[in-house]
Ligand binder design. Structure first.
Ligand SMILES: [Zn+2]
Length: 184
């Protein structure tokens, strides 16, 4: 499966870099795991990928809020190049990490989507030399209960299983091959 590139172009760098570099790029040191979740049963089906992508393209609130990837069950979208720093974590350092969102709704297979999220996380670990100890839930940065279903241990998954699955992909070198780093 290839990653669907849907790079949001309204402006490139949403936040100032923590340590400005000559080339103006952010170097990710952490990967932050998110979930678009109020649960499989409650969340209306209209809250699909299109819904979330439109929210990012036409923000009603803080226009700096965005994330890099959205993982569905049979499609993964990349919404920003990995070097872009953006407000997805609620902390300065967290906002320098790569934000990987898991699409949760009634029409998305939770198991398949979270496996895509794990495989993508393994890919990013390999690309940037990020250790598994630096793969963290959104909650790590700000205390927000995200990824809520995963942290609550629902649908047969919990944080430990997600980390083990990510390491499985990493050790088997089962990676995506087409992440956009935004390097020209
Ligand atoms: Zn989150």
């Amino acid at each position: 499966m290839n990653i669907t590139k849907h790079i949001i172009t309204r402006n490139e760098c949403r936040l100032p870099l923590v340590i400005p570099r000559e080339d103006g790029r952010n170097i990710p040191r952490f990967i932050t795991i998110h979930e678009t979740s109020i649960g499989l049963e409650k969340q209306p089906a209209y809250k699909d990928a299109k819904h979330y992508i439109e929210l990012l393209e036409h923000p009603k609130g803080d226009p700096r809020v965005a994330y890099h990837f959205l993982c569905g069950d049979n499609q993964v979208w990349q919404l920003l190049p990995t070097w872009v720093r953006t407000a997805h974590s609620g902390s300065t350092e967290g906002n320098s990490s790569i934000g990987v969102e898991h699409l949760v709704n009634v029409e998305t297979n939770f198991d398949k989507a979270i496996r895509n999220q794990a495989k993508l996380t393994a890919t990013l670990m390999k690309m940037y030399g990020i250790h598994i100890s630096r793969v963290v839930p959104h909650k790590y940065w700000s205390g927000k209960e995200c990824p809520a279903r995963l942290l609550a241990g629902e649908y047969g998954w919990d944080w430990g299983r997600f980390i083990r699955t990510t390491m499985d992909y990493y050790e088997k070198k089962d990676f995506f091959s087409d992440v956009d780093e935004g390097v020209k």
